[in-house]
Design a protein around this ligand. Sequence first.
Ligand code: CTP
Ligand code: CA
Length: 222
Amino acid sequence: LREIAMPHDLEGLKVVVTAGPTREKIDPVRYISNNSTGKMGYAIAKVAMMRGANVTLISGPTSLAKPRFVDAIDVVSARDMYEAVVEEAKDADIVIKAAAVADYRPDTVADEKIKKKDGDMSISLERTDDILASLGANKSDKLFLCGFSMETENLIENSRKKLDKKNLDMIVCNNLKVAGAGFGTDTNVVTLITKSDIKELPIMSKEEVASKLLDEIMALRK
Ligand code: CTP
Ligand code: CA
């Protein structure tokens, strides 16, 4: 009933949400990834859909069931995610980048399984493209761009830098060292930063964080 009673204030808006980790291949059986489970992004996609938006969820590999009534696009690598997001952002009103995108990938992918040898090995990595920064650099007036930020120290200062550098309208900051926040949990503790404001939210479920985040975005779009 709570779900039916939600306002339909996002009716007619296209919302693109990214979620989950990316995987960067080393060889046919191995990859580099991270601890993202996708829960935060999936919660945002679900709540935006329930509030009437046309939602596209671009997701890295997760074990979660897709929320109903969203257009889902599955991707694996940071490069796949880049291509999907740039395409879907073209006619979007709001892009929310909750995904934990790899910053580096192996500079070559071995065709065959790498066999172990005596002694240590090292893998050479190259930078991936920053999807948000690229969207921010080509941003139209219509588009509201929201990033996420994961930090273990200097949360506010580092997140503000990301907001400016990537030309974002808002950044949702996660302190990985706070209990009930971050990867895998059903709750989150976040701070919302915009160019002119900073709002610390108390611990709440990821769906409640999604609601507050969408409230804030809708207030700022007016
Ligand atoms: N992001 C992105 N493309 C990348 C890396 C990150 O779009 N190649 C986005 C993430 O989806 C997130 C935001 O940028 O919304 C911030 O990610 P985060 O890892 O916190 O910051 P980085 O800018 O990658 O900096 P660092 O990891 O060094 O803190
Ligand atoms: Ca990063």
